[in-house]
Design a protein. Structure first.
Lengths: 360, 346
């Protein structure tokens, strides 16, 4: 068996489910914090395998879903009003609605929007189109933020003047802390995103687990990884003994990736960040440092962030907090459907609303 | 004494000009030097405004399809052979014997004539392999955008033998679902040739006509319920269409899906689901359950059928949905693709 097959092995999965059933005595709510985890939970129908006492909540796990509508509007306006601009973006941003429409619609209206597979592709586009202005729609958690930092670092070194970043970069521990501190937060255990932790390391998570008395399992994205993470969560909850369990040690060293953090710190500094559905949270994002301000799209084009909170009727924020389920939303399956989403969670195939729409 | 002469106009052109679609001398030049020599057949040589063909009595199948693939040349084929194979396979899926094809070109000004020659040659080769004649055609030239695009429309007709009655309405509970080859090859191949992808694969397009599989299958198993080529939208769209029309559910088994390591890895990397990836050279075959073994043997012994696999069965289901039984144990609904499948990042 290769690595992947081991972590998709049905027999090992069944053993874990049996072990979870054996130790579960009370209802527990477990929250995942990554689109990859949500995707695997839906794909392998993990919730159905678990004892009925365990319910799975899908937290803020997708940087696309929490990118504010006005950041999308900014990208669209820049592309439509300035024929010289090329917007480089990941594909899953294309269908997420801004306040008027999405990037796909802007593209059909003549905007030059190109799908990239790595932020470094934008650097290549800028070098190949020296007379054009390339704007990299820089979206991600701590996982992709270092690659975006690398783009700025390389561009600066190579004196590339026609590239800037419209950032929508998020830091996970601050948003978790925000959720944990909410008076109506009722989640019992947390599955931390392995790839995020592989950059940040575990120190923030130790602090969160200690301060908020919550078990945290760092997991990968294969079904066995997730079941094992749930098992360690439940074991700690049943024993009332809370700590961080690294259930993804094949990828996540305790100290994370110091080299990636070095380039991250060179380019970015923590900043207030608006999370779609959750609002504005202090020190929960990354902005480009003054030294590299010529690479900051907002400064380059003198754009003021409107921090617009749009009432689109979407309750994704409540869902992320574990307070509501998609079926509680009056628009679910009616005005809000995958082909005409009100919020981002209905667009991505890993979005929790899209998953409920498909599977329930 | 030297005589005064006019400069001789350059006859050898390397790129398509607007006048090539104007119906005048340059159009004639394309027809005479490129199209006729490649497509040569008795009906084309009648040189009428429309092809005049003798058809046997009974039902004929008539289909049309347009091809806009970018890039026009890709590993395993090009837009020309794709245009013939696509239309031939559509005819085959209604049980027809493909016979005549029309080819309409819309070419961008600036397109390399050498590339056009290559495409025309592969149209001719594909038509020969599929035993169809190119009997009529048209060429239009549009103004330059990028200088490298060509669009092709093909229509085709074929006669349907009296014994054949394929329809998704025939599909019944207990029917077996067979796929005749590996899935996702064409879509991933085309995607990987787009320069922004940043990785290389050795995946080739599966574009090919499937005459032999269909001929052998329908000869020995006239009870075959329906044939479909899962092109755009992949397996998921085609299975959902059939489930909807048949008024039944379809359950497929993830482990049974024939898929190459290359396609599987590319899908994992890009966050794509192989069930939604386009195919060009495979068919979905529905036969009554008791014919599964025989059908499989016939397909596997036919050209392009070696990798055929039974992938699932038709089940009673009031919701008329398609389900995927995963190797891990869970079962999920396979929805129709909404919009274009875009790579995800997380």
């Amino acid at each position: 068996m290769n690595q992947k097959e081991i972590y998709r092995d049905a027999n090992y999965g069944k053993q874990l489910v049996t072990a979870i059933r054996k130790i579960t005595t009370r209802p527990w709510k477990i929250m995942d914090t990554c689109g990859g985890q949500t995707h695997a939970i839906a794909r392998y129908r993990i919730e159905e395998m678990l004892p009925p006492e365990i319910s799975l909540i899908h937290g803020p796990g997708c940087p696309v879903c929490v990118t504010p509508a006005d950041t999308i509007d900014t990208a669209i306006e820049l592309a439509l009003n300035n024929k010289n601009v090329i917007i480089s973006t990941f594909g899953d941003m294309m269908r997420v609605p801004g306040s008027k429409y999405d990037l796909l619609t802007a593209k059909s209206l003549g905007a030059d929007i190109r799908i990239i597979y790595s932020p470094l592709d934008a650097l290549k586009t800028a070098m190949e189109n020296p007379s054009r202005e390339v704007i990299l729609f820089a979206i991600g958690f701590e996982t992709t933020a270092p690659v975006h930092a690398q783009v700025v670092y390389e561009s600066s070194k190579r004196k590339i003047r026609n590239l800037s970043l419209l950032t929508s970069l998020f830091a996970v521990p601050p948003v978790l802390e925000h959720l944990f501190a909410l008076p109506d937060f009722s989640v019992d255990g947390l599955l931390a995103a392995g790839h995020v932790c592989s950059i940040t390391g575990l120190s923030d998570y130790h602090r969160l687990s200690r301060n908020y008395q919550i078990p945290i399992s760092v997991t990968g994205f294969e079904p066995v990884d997730i079941l094992y993470g749930i098992y360690t969560n439940i074991r700690q909850l049943e024993e009332a003994d809370y700590s961080v369990c690294n259930a993804y040690s094949r990828m996540v060293p305790e100290e994370g990736n110091p080299k990636a953090r070095l380039v991250l710190d060179e380019i970015f500094e923590p900043s207030v960040q608006n999370w779609r559905g959750l609002g504005s949270l202090p020190a929960s994002g990354f902005k480009i440092k003054e030294k590299y301000k010529s690479f900051d799209t907002l400064k380059r084009y003198s754009i003021k962030n409107k921090c617009l909170i749009k009432d689109d009727g979407c309750i994704a924020g409540e869902i992320m907090k574990g307070i509501a389920k998609p079926v509680n939303c009056p628009h679910f399956g009616k005005a809000c459907r995958p082909e005409s989403p009100l919020g981002a969670a209905m667009v991505s195939s890993e979005g929790v609303c899209a998953a409920y729409y498909k599977y329930k | 004494m030297n005589t005064i002469t006019c400069p001789i106009p350059v006859q050898e052109r390397e790129h398509i000009q607007l006048a090539h679609g104007g119906g005048g001398k340059l159009t004639q030049e394309l027809i005479e030097t490129i199209f006729y020599p490649a497509f040569k057949n008795d009906i084309l040589e009648q040189e009428h405004d429309s092809a005049q063909i003798a058809m046997p009595g009974g039902r004929i199948a008539f289909t049309t399809d347009s091809f806009v693939v970018d890039p026009v040349f890709f590993p395993g084929g090009d837009i020309g052979e794709l245009a013939v194979n696509g239309t031939v396979n559509d005819l085959l899926c209604s049980g027809a014997v493909p016979q005549y094809i029309s080819v309409g070109f819309i070419i961008e000004e600036g397109f390399a004539i050498n590339d056009l020659k290559k495409i025309v040659q592969s149209i001719a080769d594909a038509a020969r392999k599929a035993n169809v004649k190119i009997v009529t055609g048209d060429t239009k030239v549009i103004e330059r955008i990028h200088g490298n695009q060509i669009y092709i429309n093909t229509s085709g007709i074929g006669s349907i033998p009296e014994s054949v009655a394929l329809s998704p309405k025939n599909v019944k509970h207990g029917d077996s679902v067979i796929v005749t080859g590996r899935i996702g090859e064409h879509g991933i191949c085309v995607l990987s040739t787009r320069n922004s992808l940043g990785f290389e694969t050795d995946i080739k397009s599966d574009t090919r006509s499937l005459n032999e599989i269909v001929r052998n299958l329908l000869k020995d198993i006239p009870q075959t319920r329906v044939l479909r080529d899962p092109t755009r939208g992949g397996l998921s769209s085609t299975l959902n269409e059939i489930a909807h029309t048949a008024g039944a559910g379809i359950e497929i088994n993830e482990e049974a899906l024939p898929i190459s390591k290359g396609v599987e890895s590319a899908c994992e990397l890009l966050g794509l689901d192989p069930l939604y990836i386009a195919n060009e050279g495979i068919l979905l075959v529905f036969v009554p359950g008791e014919y599964e073994k025989q059908a499989l043997e016939i397909i596997r012994n036919s050209e392009h059928g070696a990798d055929a696999m039974p992938i699932g069965k038709v089940i009673p289901d009031p919701a008329h949905r398609v389900y995927l039984q995963s190797a891990f144990g869970g079962k999920r609904v396979v929805e129709v693709l909404s919009g274009e499948q875009l790579p995800r990042i997380c």
